[in-house]
Design a protein around this ligand. Sequence first.
Ligand code: 5GP
Ligand code: MG
Length: 203
Amino acid sequence: MKQLLALFLFLQTACFGAPAWVSEQNLEVLVSKEDIAKKVNEVAAKIDAEYSGQELEVIIVMKGGVCVASDLIRALQTPITLGYMKASSYGKNGASAGELKITGLEDLDLSGKNVLVVDDIFDSGNTMTQLVKKLEEAKPKSLKTLVLLSKKIPRKTQYRPDYVLFEIENRFVVGYGLDYKEYYRGLDSVYAFINDTPPLSLQ
Ligand code: 5GP
Ligand code: MG
């Protein structure tokens, strides 16, 4: 019986293609790495068509945007330059809440450029709305935004990203750039906690 259970756990991990410890973390896949790879390629082709014959400055919103941006820039044919900035909110531990702090704008030179801002997730929309407002002050030639995920929730904000790779249900997600208490960013798929409950070791 024990051997059967061990075999089951091994196969489950092998199918996930995730590190073995993931199966102990109460995580379930919400968006698989295969689906992400396919969608990144599709969106890259759309962006290439849109900016044909032009250059693009891709701005990574750190830290969550790091995985989708790094896959996207390798899928694009359009010549890109790369910048980054940091957006973090302080409040509830683990989830996004509280006051938004934006840093790194002073190192960006966006004047007259086609700019594409890349972030992990559009939740309340507050982060992206404020980022766009700030970046517009730098007078780019064009300014568009891309997010890996958008939650299907009602919002007070009017702004919507130009590219959304996946619409997801309203659950807290981790992996592929997204963290819980700074963990899980390196997972290659997007996960939610089973019953929306993080493992005891992180609560
Ligand atoms: P918004 O300002 O749109 O409410 O939140 C955007 C930011 O909150 C994201 O860039 C991300 O840092 C964080 N966030 C929102 N929802 C989630 C989630 O489900 N998981 C994680 N890990 N971060 C989230
Ligand atoms: Mg963020």
